[in-house]
Design a protein around this ligand. Structure first.
Ligand code: ATP
Length: 297
């Protein structure tokens, strides 16, 4: 792990107002004057040392992937608080991009964006699973956006563990949590697939999971999910051949973990759709231009 030298702190200026607040601490933007020039980074200030062991495990794994958020280093500040320096996501989290309908760049090409985001998420998760790592709390607030909303990366929280670890303590966010985990069973990779299914529904419907439940507290959601209730699949927006996406969602959130698809399958389906939409749109634009030119001739 790269440790930050004590005198390096003078090169880092942290903003006063946090940009986000999580379970374990607050996140700020900061300017880091490095030898290669200044760069904007994100800094997380933890409230306690509780996080340090799991964070050190994550760092020791040295995970590098296009769809995993880059972590630079961990340190202790002058007030003896655990500090983490990481890549700054200039477009915020996916939850806001999906539910805040004021982002025009996203609204104008929503289908293309949504399929691309969920492809990136599947690729990132597949990478983690290939290393035998389980995220355990993947949700749309943990998916961060870059590059004019065109790149998505998974943020690694304290919940991330290697599969060999015994994990029966319940962690995670209830609306995205697999029923077996609610029952206190051991976490396996399959719990991330369940969360993926809920997120895919959320992104493809632009609705919040269980938005239509009268009682929206954790216990009510747990009870309903254990009884087999899932978000309404018909909320998924109609795109060309969206039936395959709907089948994928229902397979991912199946109560039986064995019936959930593999991440290879998920990546293959999402790749097919993203390619279709990306290229379909380009072909459509070229055709529109040809038609315009022809009408002028
Ligand atoms: N690297 C980053 N770049 C930009 N914004 C970030 C970054 N990390 C976090 N944020 C913002 O801050 C919010 C809170 O992040 P944080 O990681 O603390 O949340 P969390 O999901 O509760 O994590 P944890 O459960 O590990 O504490 C995120 O939803 C996001 O909007």
């Amino acid at each position: 792990m790269n440790a930050i030298q004590k005198d390096e702190w003078k090169n880092i200026t942290i903003e006063e107002e946090p940009i986000g607040c999580g379970t374990f601490g607050e996140v700020y933007t900061a300017l880091w004057k490095t030898e290669k020039g200044p760069k904007i980074i994100a800094v997380k200030r933890y409230r306690s040392y509780y996080s340090i062991k799991s964070k050190l495990t994550i760092y020791s794994l040295q995970l590098k992937h296009d769809h995993i958020l880059k972590l630079y280093c961990l340190s202790i500040d002058d007030n003896r608080r655990l500090i983490e320096l990481m890549e700054y996501a200039d477009c915020g989290n996916l939850y806001s991009a999906v539910h805040d309908c004021t982002v025009n760049i996203v609204n104008n090409k929503y289908e293309t964006f949504s399929l691309m985001w969920m492809l990136h998420c599947a690729k990132g998760l597949k990478f983690l699973h290939d290393q035998n790592i389980i995220h355990r709390d993947i949700n749309t607030r943990k998916l961060l956006l870059f590059n004019k909303y065109q790149t998505l990366k998974i943020s690694l929280s304290q919940t991330v563990r290697t599969e060999s670890t015994v994990m029966t303590e319940i962690v995670g966010t209830f609306v995205y949590m697999a029923p077996k985990i609610m029952e206190g069973m051991q976490y396996t990779k399959k719990c991330d697939f369940f969360s993926y299914g809920i997120m895919l529904w959320e992104v493809m419907s632009r609705k919040k999971p269980f938005y239509d439940m009268r009682e929206h507290h954790s216990f009510a959601i747990c009870r309903k999910v254990l009884q087999g209730l899932r978000p309404n699949i018909n909320d998924v927006i109609d795109i060309q051949n969206s039936d395959e996406i709907k089948i994928l969602i229902t397979k991912c959130w199946d109560a039986d973990p064995q019936k959930r698809p593999s991440m290879e399958e998920v990546v293959a389906i999402m790749e097919k759709y993203s390619f279709y939409y990306e290229n379909g749109n380009q072909i459509l634009n070229i055709m529109k231009k040809i038609i315009t030119i022809c009408t002028f001739i």
